[in-house]
Design a protein around this ligand. Structure first.
Ligand code: C2E
Ligand code: MG
Ligand code: MG
Ligand code: MG
Length: 290
């Protein structure tokens, strides 16, 4: 046993590990300054009603443009922000931005668009979360029912008891709650009943892919089963990552409520998103080529 531990600690100090740790530290200190250096931006991806093809809302997605590192993908820096606790400040800023932008668009277009904001596990378990959400709503003037918060199954599983209480308090503000990436985490169907969620976001791994023709049928069956289950529990289903007409047609037949994905539009910076909303599709650099 002592040998195994010795072995592990030796491995920890290989040059590659050292290099990795250094790269991480570099990125961490860069991320620490990203907000004040205005390197962060919130982009928006439209969400469409499957039956009417109307834009009914949008998901706020964080982007980091670093002068040297370039565009750092959220899959890289969100986990880092989560581990270091930086997600607290950054997440609050995203929430404020999303509420402000949405309020402006709702007013300018005279349509009730709903904005959906991702919350990380640490944010969900932040004691100040409810106060921060209330403040973002008040400060922006966005009606609470036009805000939706997306949580992952993982963050609900972390401490279900606290999560349940927090979600109850959030619901009391009048907003909507969504379970993101449904089916990829510690899926427990009991969660859908236990927690006061309104929306289920069907992960794209459940959508029939063009490459998995053989598996396609079983994927479709699974997606249909999830849709049926969600509707039985009076949840709305949003399919994410819709890339093709085939998948869209499938979702329409299966009775899916809303969809988002490259087939309709990529996530866009605020100005382009507003143009997209106004119907200036050409200017908005939308569609599969964007
Ligand atoms: P998510 O919440 O599941 O967001 C959906 C992801 O799918 C986004 O990736 C979006 O750009 C991408 N996507 C949209 N349509 C398509 C499509 O048709 N095909 C494919 N392949 N992908 C599509 P993105 O923007 O890279 O974000 C990745 C993840 O990072 C998000 O997954 C979310 O978990 C996290 N994230 C992003 N912004 C925030 C944020 O402000 N706060 C927190 N806590 N997490 C965030
Ligand atoms: Mg999401
Ligand atoms: Mg998702
Ligand atoms: Mg996803």
């Amino acid at each position: 046993r002592a040998k195994a531990i010795k072995g592990n600690s030796y491995r920890f100090f290989t040059p590659e590990m050292h290099e990795k740790a250094r790269a991480r530290l570099t990125m961490e200190s860069a991320l620490r300054r990203a907000l004040e250096r205005q390197e962060l931006e919130v982009h928006y991806q439209p969400r469409l009603d499957v039956a009417t093809l109307q834009v009914v809302g949008m998901e706020a997605l964080l982007r980091w443009n670093h002068p040297q590192l370039g565009r750092v993908p959220p899959a890289q820096f969100i986990p880092l922000a989560e581990e270091t606790g930086l997600i607290g400040t950054i997440g609050e800023w995203v929430l404020q931005q999303a509420c402000r932008h949405s309020r402006r668009w709702v007013q300018a277009l005279g349509r009730p668009l709903r904005v959906s904001v991702n919350l990380s596990p640490r944010q969900l378990h932040d004691q100040q979360l409810v106060a921060k959400v209330r403040q973002a709503l008040r400060e922006s003037g966005l009606p609470a029912q036009l805000l939706e918060l997306e949580l992952t199954e993982g963050s609900l599983a972390q401490d279900p008891h606290t999560a349940e209480r927090t979600l109850g308090r959030l619901k009391a503000l009048g907003l909507r709650l969504a379970v993101d990436d449904f089916g990829t985490g510690h899926s427990s169907l009991s969660y859908l009943r236990r927690f006061p969620v309104d929306v289920l976001k069907l992960d794209r791994t459940f959508l029939p892919g063009l490459t998995e023709v053989a598996e396609g049928a079983s994927f479709s069956t699974l997606a249909q089963a999830i849709l049926h289950l969600a509707h039985t529990l009076s949840l709305r289903v949003v399919a994410e990552g819709v890339e093709t007409r085939e998948v869209f047609d499938f979702l329409k037949d299966a009775g899916c409520d809303e969809a988002q994905g490259y087939f309709f539009c990529r996530p866009l910076p605020p100005r382009e998103f507003e143009a997209f909303l106004r119907g200036s599709l050409e200017q908005a650099a939308c569609g599969m080529t964007g």
